[in-house]
Design a protein. Structure first.
Length: 282
């Protein structure tokens, strides 16, 4: 049976018990080097977010501003990297927003032959319409420099993916598939299964937002595996706790869903806020 990779969402993990109403209750602040290091120590992969700053640098943060992280005002693509990296986490200022290069450098501490840290890089965009490609290029260059070619890049639009594929033919571009086109980077199963997509993307980032078993069903996964020879990674519903997926707030239902997906022996990884719980099932 295929060994499922545990992928820690933004490097963080939540305590056991009732699912919290906000995601900043991680034991370590999300998207920090401390959270990433703890994930690598446990043998987990990580999912993370990359943005372009106002002065052309690349940092790790999910949001388009620093409000939730720090409690201060400031928009990422209107600030310099230096300004951003001086900001501390609101409840513990010692935790900082890292640069992309800092994450790449951290991976080398945990790199072993045939067992490199796995990272799912999400492309984030600012007001500049070209920022998606620029972020993808920066990630690809870092992956090549630090020998992380087995990691993936996801949330590139089809047009962005075509450009990145031309520049980096080896790059594992993962197409985001959902039950509807909820955003310009999320495509439906019928789109993803077409040649237009499968000749550009190598892998799948399977994301069920609101409708149970619209994406998480064995037949669809079998069809995806027949088309895509790279990775198939599953996004656990609690990542969208505010999208009304009925499984998102129930840990027992999440565990049952994970076990079902694992039993299909098709998926390569599951991205979750509960990596310690998932690890016990793999």
């Amino acid at each position: 049976m295929n060994q499922i990779k545990v992928i820690s969402h933004r490097g963080g993990f939540l305590p056991e018990g009732p699912i919290p109403t906000v995601q900043n209750q991680y034991k370590l602040p999300e998207n920090t080097l401390e959270a990433f290091e703890r994930a690598f120590q446990n043998g987990w992969g990580i999912e993370t977010d990359v943005r372009l700053t106002g002065d052309g640098n690349f940092i790790i943060i999910h949001d388009a501003d620093i409000v939730r992280f720090s409690g201060n005002q400031g928009v990422i693509d209107q600030m310099t990297a230096s300004q951003i990296q001086k900001v501390g986490f609101k409840t513990n200022p010692s935790f900082k927003i890292p640069a992309l290069d800092e994450l790449f450098e951290l991976t080398q501490k945990y790199s072993q032959k045939n067992q490199l840290p796995f990272i799912a890089f999400q492309i984030k965009r600012g007001s500049n319409p070209k920022s998606g490609v620029e972020v993808g290029e920066a990630i690809a260059n870092g992956m090549q420099k630090f020998n992380l070619q087995t990691s993936i890049v996801f949330d590139a639009t089809l047009e962005e993916a075509k450009q990145l594929h031309r520049e980096f033919p080896w790059l594992n571009l993962s197409v985001s598939v959902g039950e509807e086109n909820y955003s310009p980077t999320i495509y439906t199963p019928s789109q993803v299964l077409s040649d237009e997509f499968s000749t550009v993307y190598t892998s799948v980032w399977a994301d069920e937002w609101k409708k149970p078993y619209s994406i998480y069903k064995k037949r669809l996964f079998e069809n995806l595996r027949n088309v895509y020879k790279g990775r198939i990674d599953v996004i656990s519903p609690e990542l969208h706790y505010n999208e009304d997926h009925p499984t998102a707030r129930d840990l027992a239902k999440l565990k049952a869903l994970w076990q079902e997906i694992i039993s299909w022996d098709i998926a390569d990884g599951i991205c979750t806020d509960y990596p310690t719980t998932l690890q016990l099932l793999t």
